[in-house]
Design a protein around this ligand. Sequence first.
Ligand code: ADP
Length: 469
Amino acid sequence: MEILHVSFECYPVAKVGGLADVVGALPRYQQQLGHIAKVVMPMHRTKFLYEHEWEVVHKGSFKMGKRAIDFTIIKETNNSLGFDLYCVDIYGLLDREKVYNYDDDTDRFLAFQISVTEWLAQWHHHPDVIHVHDHHTALIPFMLQHCFGYCHLAQIPTILTIHNGEYQGWMSWQRGGEIPAWDTWNWGLLDWDDTINSLASGIKCAYRVNTVSSNYMTELMESSKGLQHLFQMEAAKCSGILNGIDYEVWNPETDTLILDNYSIKDVNQGKNLNKKKLCDDYGFETTKPLFIFIGRLVGEKAADLLAPAVSEALNLPNADFNFLVLGSGEKSTEAALDQLKDAHVGFCNAQFGYNEKLSHQMYAGADFILMPSRVEPCGLNQMYAMRYGTIPVVRKTGGLADTVIDYEDENGYGITFLQASVNDIAQAIHRSIILYRNKSKFLELRKLIMKLDWSWEKSAIKYIELYTK
Ligand code: ADP
């Protein structure tokens, strides 16, 4: 089967979050299963672009409203990711260093989708499946089926994977004319609540829709920023497939970004050495349990609750722990974490910005990872953490509920709590400290979580089954 993935991110080319990790790994596993998987993404100006060789495979142009746009498709010549990687370049739109957060993001998403569709229209053959990821690419199923210029592509099956339903790609109807000439009888396939809603359109038009965990699909059917009724109506084609993690990139035995490699056999020694480095770097004591948080400092991740919850936990009797944050996001949250760090020198520290190397060192050196998320479609951090023997302390939501069982429940191995509230987080930290002091149980769980299988193999097969349907 030949699969074309269309995505705005792909690790290691350009990464903001979990979307990149999935699109960087799933195609490789699909190739290993004997399929042909290709990825097309924007040509963001990242290090990867300059460090690899490229060839031009297509040049084209189109009109987006009144604007004439030229685009170029380049292909990475050495196949260094294990699958064919194509990038779309558009001068003045896709030639940026950051992936998102520009005023003209809507233009960028639309121009990227039109370029990909225009390019596909020139192929001599058709892929068997087009797999689009998140709202940035979710208009493609509509365009293939209802834009006059692409009718010969209408029979190609499309899959939409929703990595995050919080962002839906809303566009005012004034922009309807920027989508390549389409059959206006079908305006309802673009519309939701009187705006063009890219994600809603993808849900309506894609052959199949999936989220990155089963529980997240159930949650979206209950509440999804206004799309819940749509998910309920389209339930027959909706499902959840849990993300896997890339066992080659995330492997404590071979990870070149951590100080000391280790396996399940020498995990205690390995983690101690990695922990010592973090403690030395951030002014902590190695005897205390070390909690980490890694991620976007945004409301979805409940990052605003970290500072007050950690502060409350530090005030609980017998609470003696270290806390290290790595992330960037809302300025008010960064300021609160800065204050926390100043108020608790030797206990709390924070590193703002994106740092892949430090993230690996933190997964390797920490005792616990804290994930109090309000919304977590799958969550990869808890799986990376477990692979590195770091116990997850998570709110029971989305994919976190599908991957972490509380250690006091049958077959459990992590710590879970119900509410994204200061009190629940502080209590969960407190329970974790009690577990940490119960050395035999703590070390037993550490080994148990390292044995759990989060590899892509199972999930990659589930995607092939979905395509086959
Ligand atoms: P989301 O996609 O919602 O941000 P996920 O848990 O699915 O969350 O994926 C997060 C990924 O991004 C993980 O690989 C995590 O290690 C990484 N990550 C997030 N923030 C940072 C950061 N500041 N530095 C390094 N890696 C980060």
